[in-house]
Design a protein around this ligand. Structure first.
Ligand code: AMP
Ligand code: GLY
Length: 421
């Protein structure tokens, strides 16, 4: 199949890697991609959020499937523009992508669909902040309504900090105060064609910058899959996945379809598990990063069948995804100064040695070739992925890979998937 992937991160590298490994021998193009992706696919220098440019490229390539990776192009209407031209696209229209682009929209859809989530109060003016803080209580959770690249959320015991965060983000739009949800976080992805929803395997993301879940929120500093501890409360992973499918994914997909804004793409359920109770912390309208880097290498059935079935509305005919029992752990290497003010341009060395280790591969998030050298071009630079028997085995391999790589000033967490049996 002629497939165009839109985006340039480690998530897109992982998607391209899975598609490139299929026997079908796809013709893969990634726009704009990065230096790592260029080793396994053709890259085209097109701005992912420029709908007209993406439509032109898909037309020129005769793309039979376009996979939109990041949220910004979805919220900008890139999928709408492709669908209008009859191009099969994996990724929701702008109206359905509001599930990620507006937290208030997501809360309204969840309420209408009867999906369990935290109580939330909309804050539209500075005058409404105090009442909202009173209503939710401490710990305070304040969220900007729109896309904020992970910076719009503050969780704090400090009422004054919560108030300041709300006032600051009110300058650029509405804000939500939300009930604090206690428990362990799980990311579970569903592929949907607007009607059917097929689950992938659960993963856990580490969102804070520093070890022990301290420091600022980031896009994600590491992940692992599967989650052996889910068996404690649910018996097994399948029972957990079935519960989320029945009580969260399918009702939301049905609600959006009933509202005339069907969701065709990847429904990312960000969940909190407390005992056997599961509640939604957020939805995203695309694959998670770095979770994708640990979920897709475990997928044993063809990714293209899922993405294409979702894009053309025939997912009901696609077999449920199958997963290998082997575990995956991904560790993110980020630039100095990430997430606030990443220092760009640091040279990266040691990648061939890491890639050569058994059960290790490296997904590039923000890299460019500089002559014969490789340099970092963004905040999150690489995801080093280890695959092995059990999370502990996969973890040892991932950190072996990390140890071979040098990124001056770079940061990573040493406790990704620590203590997971
Ligand atoms: P979000 O962008 O909504 O995923 O929020 C980023 C992170 O903030 C989440 O992954 C959680 O770790 C934390 N968070 C968000 N909402 C809540 C909540 N209601 N209760 C507890 N933690 C939260
Ligand atoms: N890893 C969190 C996200 O993709 O939003």
């Amino acid at each position: 199949m002629r497939i165009l992937i839109v985006g340039s991160g480690a998530r897109e590298h992982a998607i391209a890697r899975s598609l490139a490994a299929e026997d079908a021998g796809h013709d893969l193009v990634v726009a704009p991609g990065n230096a790592g992706i260029a080793a396994i696919a053709r890259v085209e220098p097109v701005d992912a959020t420029d709908a007209a440019a993406v439509v032109e490229l898909a037309g020129r390539l005769g793309s039979e499937l376009v996979v939109v990776g990041p949220e910004a192009p979805l919220v900008a209407g890139v999928a709408d523009a492709l669908r209008e031209r009859g191009v099969p696209v994996f990724g929701p229209d702008r109206a359905a992508a509001a599930l990620e682009g507006s937290k208030a929209f997501a809360k309204r859809v969840m309420a209408a669909a009867g999906v369990p989530t935290g109580r939330a109060v909309d804050v539209l003016t500075a005058g409404g902040v105090e009442a909202a803080l009173d209503a939710t209580g401490a710990p305070y959770v304040i969220k900007a309504d729109g896309l904020a690249a992970g910076k719009g959320v503050l969780v704090t015991e400090d009422r004054e900090a919560a108030r300041q965060h709300a006032l600051r983000w009110l300058e650029s739009g509405p804000v939500l105060a939300e009930e604090f949800l206690r428990g362990r976080e799980v990311s579970l992805f569903f592929v949907s064609d607007g009607t059917a929803a097929l689950p992938l395997s659960p993963a856990q993301d580490f969102k804070r910058l520093e070890e022990g879940d301290r420091g600022p929120n980031t896009g994600g500093m590491g992940a692992y899959s599967p989650l052996p501890w889910l068996a404690d409360a649910f018996g097994d992973e399948e029972a957990f996945v079935a519960l989320v499918r029945e009580t969260i994914a399918e009702p939301v997909i049905a609600q959006l379809a009933a509202e005339g804004t069907p969701f065709q793409g990847l429904l990312y359920c960000g969940l909190v598990v407390d005992g056997s109770a599961v509640r939604v912390i957020e939805f995203n309208a695309r694959f998670g990063d770095p979770e994708t880097q640990v979920v897709l290498p475990r997928l044993a059935s063809p990714l293209s069948a899922l993405l294409h079935g979702a894009a053309i509305g025939t997912l009901a005919d696609v077999p449920a995804p199958a997963f290998r029992s082997e575990a995956a752990v991904g560790v993110v290497l980020a630039s100095e100064g990430y997430p606030d003010a990443p220092v760009l341009g640091a040279p990266i060395s040691g990648l061939p040695a890491a890639d050569a280790l058994p059960g290790v591969h490296v997904d590039h998030a923000a890299t460019a070739a500089d002559g014969d050298d490789l340099v970092a071009t963004g905040g999150r630079v690489l995801t080093v992925v280890g695959l092995g028997e059990g999370v502990a085995g996969a973890r040892a391999r991932a950190y072996d890979g990390v140890a071979r790589i040098a990124l001056p000033g770079g940061q990573h967490r040493a406790d990704i998937a620590e203590g997971i049996a």
